[in-house]
Write a protein that binds this ligand. Structure first.
Ligand code: BGC
Length: 735
């Protein structure tokens, strides 16, 4: 049995605020140790140390639906034990921090009356096995002590206050009866420190402020080695961007102070946060003791994210597209921190379902996200309301409503993970949740369809320029996504061998019929937005013989809009795919290469190093979009990455043989590029596709792992391929 269940949950014996408290005990070891295994967890986040050496993962135990479960972690600490030892766990509220987002609290009083608000608790066991076969168990209990620490506060949004001069004091602990049944072994990827970046420049801004630029919008924390005079304050603020005058700007963090205050003791220390994280590219030395000069080399930015294996790579001959791809990758790094978040910097950083849904496919090419999403979907199933509705955010806020295109993450995410990794297990595990979600939509009928939705969030076609909900009728979108989710549910049922779903087919047909009755004229969707046409095509809402006509009209609308898109969160992910599928590949490329707003390269040309939340986060005149919602690290529009893999390089999944057991090579070479290449590491081996120009020819090289079957679609011909390397040559069309 896992020994952690024999330990007790501990809280401090005093009222803690936003600080971190250390829980510890000492013990001796008199015999030879064969193995020592620490299991630890917290309601909050913890750092575990054995004899002062930190052994725990970053921000452990991670973020789950704490009401239902909290993960514990296991560490081999054999090499750290000596004769006399100290085992300690320092904890802070972490993701249990009451969030100021819209006045809500992220966390209700999870899991019993004893842990409230921003309080926290720890639990741990250390099993020592001696070489003589005997065992000893050290576990959290009333004999432990607690210590007020130099971390005077550490709050995910507010930041850190660390005081080297603080006189730490020792107190008893309080054993609480928090349920131990909540403890589950680590399910997701651990969070780990991944990269270290040094400042690329030191800037004195027009306002006279000292700013360091790390050259990359990133998520993690600073580390610095400095001697700060005794009692003096070093105050550091974080920002993603500078304003048009070159001044430090972080008003877009809203109420998140994201500030480090460090009080020195006159000695040199190397310091870094342990209980929070920051989204930033720039830091401002807001307060610097007079006697101090700053060497930028004293600062390092440590990038942290979930420890997923990088699987996908893409490159082409256009540096701007490569920068876009880079921004997509960094958007994922910054927002895959145990939970897929909308953004990592402002007073939000939440598991928004809609954002995750649109990006899940691209994310699964870039990195192996199977384990990451498996964990998040487990929390989604736990958080599903008794009615079957899926909260906007997982782990959830206390909101009752659910929205189309957001809640549909319940069907779309498991489906995309299945297509990319070919594993039925996740479909099986998610099946009940999916069915309950589908049943909810039909049971609620118009109360849901006509309810409050986010619509085609942040699209550029809303009549009211201040509306974020886009110009496409939200009832239409709700019906469209109901149809799509129902069709995925039917496919998933079939894959799992569950065939009694005749009535859902009928429901799907009726939903489509209703869409046609209410929103169609002469067989065509009668809504004048690009997204309405994209969704009609992707979800096949019209009769088959009208699909091409919809694509033609979509192309026409784009051209009439000066070759620009207008789509928001829900239309954008499918836009280029639909153009390609219906013969408008060059127009899709025109959108990809477009630099006028709205477009992907617009932000690239303005120096973006991550994806922006809004197409026009920085306007043409250099001013910022509405400060109320303007993140520069939001992965949603990065969904275009799956078109880079799937169409530009041409590595596509095959639904009947998912996980790249069969590979569809279908590159769309364009005269606008001299080469493009991508590779994806799959469970069968690495799949690669490359094309380049050579003496008036386009040369394609496809690599399929042994044992895989592939097709290559070139010039209207489908070639059947087995594992191995295959080279094809075509005449390059003139531009
Ligand atoms: C988030 C989004 C999210 C949206 C809901 C925003 O505040 O940052 O990305 O999906 O709310 O519409």
């Amino acid at each position: 049995m896992d020994r952690i269940y024999l330990a007790s949950w501990l809280m401090p014996d005093f009222k803690e605020e936003d600080d971190a408290v250390e829980f510890f005990r000492t013990f001796s070891v008199c015999k030879q140790v064969k193995r020592a295994t620490l299991q630890a967890s917290a309601m909050g986040v913890y750092s575990a140390r054995v004899n002062g050496e930190r052994v725990s993962y970053v921000l452990a135990p991670g973020w789950t639906a704490y009401e239902f479960r909290v993960q514990y972690q296991e560490y081999d600490v054999t090499h750290l034990l000596r004769e006399s030892n100290t085992l300690s766990l320092t904890a802070a509220a972490g993701w249990r921090t009451p969030n100021r987002f819209e006045g809500n609290k992220v966390f209700r009083n999870y899991g019993g009356p004893e842990i409230k608000g921003n309080e926290y608790a720890v639990i741990a066991s250390l099993l020592i096995t001696y070489t003589d076969g005997t065992e000893e168990l050290i576990r959290t209990d009333e004999s432990w002590l607690s210590r007020k620490t130099k971390w005077r506060y550490c709050d995910i949004y507010k930041g850190d206050l660390y005081d080297e001069t603080y006189e730490e004091s020792v107190h008893p602990v309080r054993v609480i009866r928090h349920p131990k049944g909540l403890l589950v072994p680590q399910q997701g990827e651990i969070i780990a420190e991944q990269e270290r970046l040094k400042p690329v420049s030191a800037i004195l801004t027009p306002k006279g402020e000292r700013v360091l630029d790390f050259g990359q919008n990133l998520v993690g924390y600073l580390s610095f080695t400095l001697t700060v005079p005794k009692g003096a304050r070093l105050v550091i603020d974080h920002a993603e961007v500078l304003d048009r005058d070159g001044n430090f700007y972080n008003a877009n963090y809203r109420t998140a102070d994201a500030r480090i205050t460090y009080i020195g003791d006159g000695k040199e220390h190397t310091w870094k946060p342990e209980f929070t994280f920051y989204g930033f590219r720039y830091i401002r030395l807001t307060e610097l003791p007079e006697s101090m000069t700053v060497d930028p080399a004293a600062f390092t930015a440590i990038v942290v994210h979930s420890d997923m294996e990088r699987t996908g790579y893409f490159e082409c001959s256009d540096e701007r597209i490569n920068q876009l791809y880079h921004n997509i990758i960094w958007g994922q790094k910054g927002n895959f921190l145990d939970v897929p978040t909308d953004c990592p910097q402002r007073d939000e950083r939440l598991g928004w379902t809609g954002d995750a849904q649109v990006f899940a496919r691209c994310a699964a090419y870039n990195f192996n996200t199977k384990r990451f999403f498996d964990k998040w979907l487990t929390d989604m199933a736990l958080e599903q309301r008794p009615s079957g509705s899926i909260p906007h955010i997982i782990p959830r806020l206390d909101w009752a409503s659910c929205a189309c295109g957001w809640a549909d993450a319940a069907t779309i995410v498991p489906w995309q993970i299945y297509l990319l990794y070919g594993d039925k297990e996740l479909l099986r595990k998610s099946y009940t949740m999916i069915k309950r979600w589908i049943d909810y939509m039909y049971a609620q009928g118009d109360a849901y369809i006509g309810g409050k939705h986010f619509g085609d969030w942040l699209s550029h076609d809303a009549e009211d320029p201040n509306s974020c909900r886009g110009g496409t009728d939200s009832k239409f979108i709700a019906l469209a996504f109901r149809a799509y989710s129902t069709s995925l549910f039917l496919r998933i049922s079939e894959i799992l061998g569950i065939r009694e779903h005749h009535d859902y087919r009928e429901k799907l047909d009726k939903t489509k019929e209703r869409i046609r009755t209410e929103y169609f004229k002469d067989g065509m969707v009668d809504l004048a937005t690009q997204t309405a046409h994209v969704l009609t095509l992707k979800f096949e809402l019209c009769e088959k013989d009208k699909l091409q006509a919809h694509a033609d009209r979509l192309a026409d609308m784009i051209r009439k809009n000066g070759d620009r898109l207008t789509t928001g969160f829900l239309g954008t992910p499918y836009l280029l795919h639909m153009l390609t599928a219906y013969g408008y590949t060059e127009l899709a490329y025109t959108l990809l290469f477009q630099t006028k707003c709205p477009s992907w390269l617009y932000s690239v040309e303005r120096g973006a190093t991550t994806m922006w939340e809004r197409w026009d986060g920085i306007r043409e005149d250099g001013s910022f979009q509405d400060v109320g919602m303007n993140s520069f690290n939001h992965y949603a529009y990065g969904a275009v990455g799956d078109w880079l893999y799937g169409a530009v390089a041409g590595i596509e999944t095959v639904e009947e043989h998912p996980g790249f057991e069969h590979i569809r090579f279908c590159p769309k070479a364009t005269v606008r590029l001299n080469y493009a290449k991508a590779s994806v590491k799959t469970k069968y081996g690495t799949v690669a596709s490359e094309w380049h120009r050579e003496n008036g020819k386009t040369v394609y090289t496809f690599t399929a792992p042994d044992g895989c079957h592939a097709t290559a679609e070139l010039g209207g011909t489908v070639h059947e391929l087995e594992g191995g390397i295959h080279i094809f040559t075509e005449d390059t069309p003139s531009a």
